[in-house]
Design a protein around this ligand. Structure first.
Ligand code: PHE
Ligand code: ZN
Length: 872
């Protein structure tokens, strides 16, 4: 089977079947005659036989295109057309292929290809959307320079018409764009409409001026400053940290309201979900500002990691995504607090990727087969892909990492690459053999690392024995040992650090590391303990590998590490483990919270040597989903309602016991003056918000109601409203909020999402009915759909309410959305991925709904692949 062969709708694509495209594309010229329902696309593409590639039929992808005319070297031809594309006889010598097609942007509800959003034309081509625009070899290893001409509708000129690259002639009702950098079709973009720009300039390290624009709909121009500022900081950072300069005279970001994903790195013309561009203190929260900074950076960083060096095929997606996520995480860590950013990233990794890795959708960072590639833009490819790069950097060191990256850009600029190319660069730059490390790309599942300790008081030696194993995942019953970097430190019994962080490399299923206390001859040496007694190891500092560490320790030792560990991640982790153990015992044995945890928490809350953002994280409790996973791992069946009740009970206990400390914090952490989104102010607001949430459990909501009434920014307004909703209050505030923000799509998304996310098991059904019946529930908009259906499905207490009504409601809505927007529908089926953890009743109800979904006639390839894998 060849990749260029037509694909039937249920065809599985396999990595091992890769073959190159038999032609080289020299040049691409496109003319767009825009019309809402009948846009004409004229293409002129030069092809020449690729002597290095095996020959094959001339096949161009094309879907939902109405072919008006095709010509080869100027002579009309009649190609064979199927639902997947076109085949046609072509000369042996170089030739020019021309086509004119008609497409319907208004009718494109899938938001893939050329579509309309709020009256403007825009495109989304990754992964396979370009084939809905014209006939083309729509695969990432075909790279070519593009020339684009856009002609506006005759009756309604469009003020802004954009495509990739540098601007050419812009006259009257037309605009030309030339992108000199060879690129794959998935990076093509076109935007046209009534837009306004917030502009700036950037001068590259070598003195090239770049015009920067953030394009938005009129009225939104005062919400672009932060995105523009984040862009400038990203450009500077990539020059400084990676030596990467920008390479065109213009860089633009466009905000669109209807978008399936977060944002897209089209060459020189990034297109964003407006949620990740528009921000003002009044409409966006601290978390929104932080997300905008990270995503603007992510898309910008793709200019080198993704665009200049791209992927050979979609199996290599982690080559650009893992690396670019790693880079944006480094950037945000630099801009804000590095340890806090690390904890946030690990929280997200565990919540999304560990969950994926431990269920029916588990797949390797580099998958080996897919039915629909859109289903593989996953936490595993992105977040675990980034962790793998972090491990690589930890193993080779920062300097060698930078040298390897320099070599990567030098060797592969302008190429479409593989993970093999990526690893070869590291092997060549460092002399290391990475063959075992490579397993991280092919082996799915989260490794478990069990540690046991043996302390020899007389010899002054601590032996740590590590046993690693990875549980089976679909299609991979047996797993081999991986290379696991474990960062270790050692504290003495009085809490002084006696060995600073060292990285040991696990490569075997079982391995012992000896640490000598000034005795010599051990694998690692610590300074002689200053106080007698068993030292305490701090293991997996900074979360040095994406594994589950299994270690039998006492609550005393956890409290000790929470108090003394010098590694901020492990300090936080110790507190998190304490909380988790307390909650698991509350759920499974009906235990009481216990004083030990509460005093440990109080100590952290009060410790003003600690960053407020860190303290806010230390005060937050494990999520419902974390606890379900922990209970399941412990061999029991999690009861979502009991988990929800235990969390509420613990929050009340914390609010009651810590009231004096929390109320002091609440006053102390007030940030004076006008709102600024900087990390420090955001950290204070986060700690104050955490205090408010606990206090509201015991003060009847008085503080929250007052804060809501006085709030001068969205962070405090929404924080107060959430605190009220979680104690069953806030009805009036909800109504006031709605009246104030009715006309604002992004803020109304928050209004919906907050209610869906805080509904209790008993309220869930009513809340769901009310929100889905609301006239403002515009379910064809992906953000709005996610803010109601996604938020309900992401609230375990609501989703798993015992009667199964939310399972049914979510399924009904997926059935409704699928024919319009298969990508977004398919993505939301992951709400069901943990179904096998739960009791027989819930499993039965979920199975029934999944089977009902899977039986829908004409169900999309996207959704049927997902449901099939979840049910398998
Ligand atoms: N490539 C985009 C990113 O990571 C994500 C994306 C994928 C957007 C597919 C749209 C469609 O930044
Ligand atoms: Zn990306």
């Amino acid at each position: 089977m060849k990749d260029h062969a037509p694909r039937t709708s249920d065809r599985t694509v396999r990595l091992e079947e890769y073959t190159p495209f038999p032609w080289i594309v020299g040049d691409v010229s496109l003319t767009f005659r825009l019309h809402p329902t009948a846009t004409r696309v004229l293409s002129r593409i030069t092809f020449a036989n690729d002597p290095a590639a095996p020959s094959g039929p001339f096949f161009l992808h094309g879907e939902k295109l109405n072919l008006i005319e095709a010509r080869i070297d100027g002579v009309p031809v009649s190609p064979d057309i199927t639902a997947e594309g076109l085949t046609c006889d072509v000369p042996d010598t170089p030739f020019v292929f021309e086509a004119e097609v008609e497409i319907d942007p208004s009718g494109n509800t899938a938001l893939d290809g050329l579509y309309m959003s709020g009256g403007m034309y825009c495109t989304q081509c990754e992964a396979e959307g370009f084939r809905k625009i014209t006939f083309y070899p729509d695969r990432p290893d075909v790279m070519a320079p593009f020339n684009v001409r856009i002609e506006g509708p005759e009756d309604k000129p469009l003020p802004v018409m954009l495509s990739n690259g540098n601007p050419g002639a812009q006259e009257g009702n037309s605009a030309e764009w030339h992108d000199p950098w060879p690129k794959p079709s998935y990076l093509f973009a076109l935007v046209a409409g009534d837009l306004v720009a917030k502009s700036g300039t950037f001068t590259t390290a070598s003195g090239m001026p770049v015009a920067l624009n953030v394009y938005v709909r009129p009225g939104d121009e005062d919400r672009c400053d932060y995105a523009l500022d984040a862009l400038i900081r990203s450009m500077r950072w990539d020059e400084r940290e990676y030596g990467r300069e920008y390479d065109l005279s213009v860089f633009s970001i466009v905000a669109v309201d209807d978008f399936n994903m977060g944002a897209m790195e089209n060459k020189g013309l990034n297109i964003f979900n407006s949620k990740y561009v528009l921000a003002s203190p009044d409409t966006a929260t601290d978390v929104d500002f932080e997300m905008i900074e990270g995503i603007v950076a992510h898309e910008y960083f793709h200019n080198w990691t993704g665009n200049r060096v791209t992927c050979r095929d979609w199996f290599q997606l982690c080559l650009k995504e893992g690396l670019t996520v790693f880079r944006d995480q480094q950037f945000s860590g630099d801009m804000r607090s590095e340890p806090v950013k690390r904890i946030d990233d690990v929280l997200a990794l565990r919540a999304r990727q560990f969950r994926e890795d431990n269920g029916p959708l588990a797949h390797p960072v580099r998958p080996e087969s897919y039915i629909e590639i859109n289903n593989f833009y996953t936490a595993t490819v992105y977040e675990k892909g980034a962790e793998v790069i972090g491990m690589l950097r930890r193993l080779v060191g920062a300097e060698a990492y930078r040298a390897a990256l320099d070599l990567y850009f030098e060797r592969h600029d302008g190429q479409a690459c593989t993970i093999e190319d990526w690893l070869a660069v590291f092997e060549d730059a460092t002399g290391r053999d990475l063959s075992q490390f490579k397993l991280w790309y092919s082996q799915a599942g989260t490794p478990r690392v069990e540690v046991s300790e043996d302390w020899d008081e007389e010899a002054g030696r601590l032996a740590l024995t590590f046993r690693q194993h990875t549980p089976p995942t679909p299609g991979q019953p047996d797993k081999a040992p991986l290379v696991i970097p474990v960062a270790l430190g050692l504290l003495d019994a009085a809490g002084h650090e006696i060995m600073a962080t060292e990285v040991v490399e696990l490569t075997e299923a079982e391995q012992t590391v000896e640490i000598g206390l000034g005795t010599g001859g051990a694998d690692l040496e610590a300074k002689a303990s200053r106080v007698p007694g068993r030292p305490v190891p701090s293991i997996l500092r900074g979360f040095s590998a994406p594994v589950i560490l299994q270690r039998q320790t006492s609550a005393e030792e956890r409290a000790f590490l929470l108090a003394h560990d010098t590694d901020p991640f492990n300090k936080w982790e110790a507190g998190r483990a304490l909380a988790r153990d307390v909650l698991v015992r509350m759920v499974t044995d009906g235990a009481e919270p216990g004083q030990q945890y509460l005093s440990a928490l109080q100590m952290v809350a009060k410790d003003d040597t600690l960053d407020p953002a860190f303290r806010a994280l230390a005060l937050s409790l494990p999520s419902q989903d974390d606890l379900a996973q922990a209970i399941h791992d412990g061999g029991a069946t999690p009861d979502p309602t009991a988990i929800w009740a235990a969390l509420r009970r613990l929050a009340e206990e914390i609010g009651g016991t810590l009231e004096p400390v929390l109320s002091e914090l609440y006053d102390e952490m007030r940030v004076p003056g006008p709102y600024t989104p900087d990390a420090q102010s955001a950290g204070s607001r986060a700690l104050r918000g955490a205090a408010l949430a606990y206090l509201s459990r015991v003060d009847g909501g008085s503080r929250a109601a007052a804060q809501f009434a006085e709030a001068g920014n969205m962070t405090e307004r929404l924080g107060a409203l959430g605190a009220l909703l979680r104690i069953g209050k806030g009805e009036e505030e909800l109504a006031a909020f709605r009246r104030r923000w009715e006309g604002d799509r992004l803020v109304m998304d928050k209004w919906f999402a907050l209610q869906a996310a805080s509904a209790s098991p008993a309220e869930a059904h009513d809340v769901a009915q009310r929100l889905t019946g609301d006239p403002a529930f515009d379910w064809t908009n992906p953000n709005r759909f996610r803010s109601v259906i996604g938020a309900l499905a992401g609230n375990p207490a609501a989703f798993h309410e015992p009667e199964g009504r939310i399972y049914r409601l979510v399924t009904d809505w997926l059935i409704r959305l699928d024919p319009l927007n298969p990508q977004t529908a398919a993505r939301l089926t992951t709400s069901f991925e943990t179904w096998k953890r739960f009791d027989a009743d819930r499993q039965g109800m979920i199975r029934e709904n999944l089977e009902r979904l899977s039986a829908v006639e004409g169900l999309s390839r996207d959704t049927s692949e997902m449901v099939g894998r979840i049910l398998a």
